[in-house]
Design a binder for this molecule. Structure first.
Ligand code: SF4
Ligand code: SF4
Length: 326
């Protein structure tokens, strides 16, 4: 195994000086046997609302060596703040399948690369928040692989910010379309998503499976993408979940574990709020993440993220499953 060039990692004492006493893993419910709603651990719209708020502020004090990241952040904030029209007229009527079909035009227009819909559940709403809408539309935008492969350099972080900008724009466009068709709709943009967590609905609506590195993986983009969402009551037909054997693949792959500088990625699944799942140690990940403009090494290193590789891997796993009848 090649030596990890980022180990050993020593967190900046200035960063650790603002770390809270409470563990992010406790906030996330690591080791808890009972199901409960998630608690917001990071990326709070108001950092004062979370124990790790000072660390969230610290993230933005790390100066990239190039103005491109600052420019991308300004652009993302503009898109996130973009006004959209009020709800107009009576709600348009379509069949649930036709509503969902209409969403493909946002992919065709190049505003996002994948889109899906899930029926909303309180399990995806942060404690203390309420979501009344019945549907969550999830849009995915793909990173430029060459840029993300430079992680943990500022160029990868800048690509992440750019894609969050694109993700914000498509969420605004979808919400604007729905409102002009008479349906209330609220865009949810990242990374500060407000009331909802986006990974579980993304998995539910066909974006793929949870990988060992804690991000969603699919054969088309690997885990090299960002998400945004729209909450609405427009009667979209939910899109089905998709599995490709990725969960199983992760059992025997150690690429992200070995690539992660602070060794935050565990070899085995853990119990989190009553569910056995892949889990990244928040307390170990965050200091490196904060010092490297959002890190992204695990996303870049994952074999599924390499262009063209994911589809071949999925085809191979499908052939193996057919042979073995599993
Ligand atoms: S983002 Fe976190 S988990 Fe992923 S490689 Fe970086 S430090 Fe490790
Ligand atoms: S690098 Fe390997 S173990 Fe990690 S998420 Fe990707 S496939 Fe799974």
């Amino acid at each position: 195994m090649a030596r990890n060039p980022h180990r050993p990692f020593h967190p900046d004492p200035a960063q650790m000086a603002v770390a809270p006493a409470v563990s992010g893993n406790s906030i996330n419910g690591l080791g808890e046997m009972d199901r409960r709603q998630p608690r917001m651990v990071y990326w709070a719209p108001d950092p004062d609302d979370i124990p790790h708020g000072e660390l969230q502020r610290w993230f933005y004090t790390v100066e990239p060596p190039d103005p491109a990241m600052a420019t991308a952040r300004i652009e993302r904030r503009k898109l996130t703040a973009m006004e959209i029209p009020e709800v107009t007229g009576d709600p348009a009527e379509r069949t649930p399948a036709a509503w969902t079909e209409e969403l493909q035009r946002f992919v065709e227009q190049g505003l996002c690369e994948r889109i899906g819909v899930a029926e909303m559940t309180p399990d995806w709403v942060y404690e203390g928040h309420e979501v009344r809408q019945s549907r969550i539309v999830i849009a995915g935008v793909q990173h430029d692989y060459e840029a993300i492969a430079t992680a943990p350099e500022w160029t990868a972080g800048t690509e992440v910010v750019r894609q969050y900008g694109r993700a914000s724009l498509v969420a605004k466009k979808i919400a604007a379309w729905l409102r002009l068709d008479g349906w209330p709709a609220e865009p949810v943009t990242g990374p500060m998503t407000g009331a909802v967590t986006m990974i579980p609905p993304a998995i539910a609506c066909g974006f793929g499976e949870l990988g060992k590195h804690g991000s969603v993986i699919n054969p088309e983009f690997g885990s090299s993408f960002r998400l945004s969402a729209v909450l609405t009551d427009a009667p979209f037909e939910p899109t089905p979940a998709r599995t490709f054997g990725i969960d199983d693949f992760c059992q025997s792959c150690r690429v992200c574990e070995n690539a992660c500088p602070p060794e935050a990625i565990a070899a085995d699944k853990q119990t989190v709020r009553g569910q056995e799942k892949w889990y990244v140690d928040f307390d170990k990940c965050l200091p490196f993440f904060n010092q490297t403009y959002g890190c992204a090494i695990c996303i870049a290193a994952c074999p599924w993220s390499r262009p063209g590789v994911g589809l071949n891997l999925a085809a191979k796993l499908a052939r193996r499953a057919e042979r073995t009848g599993s």
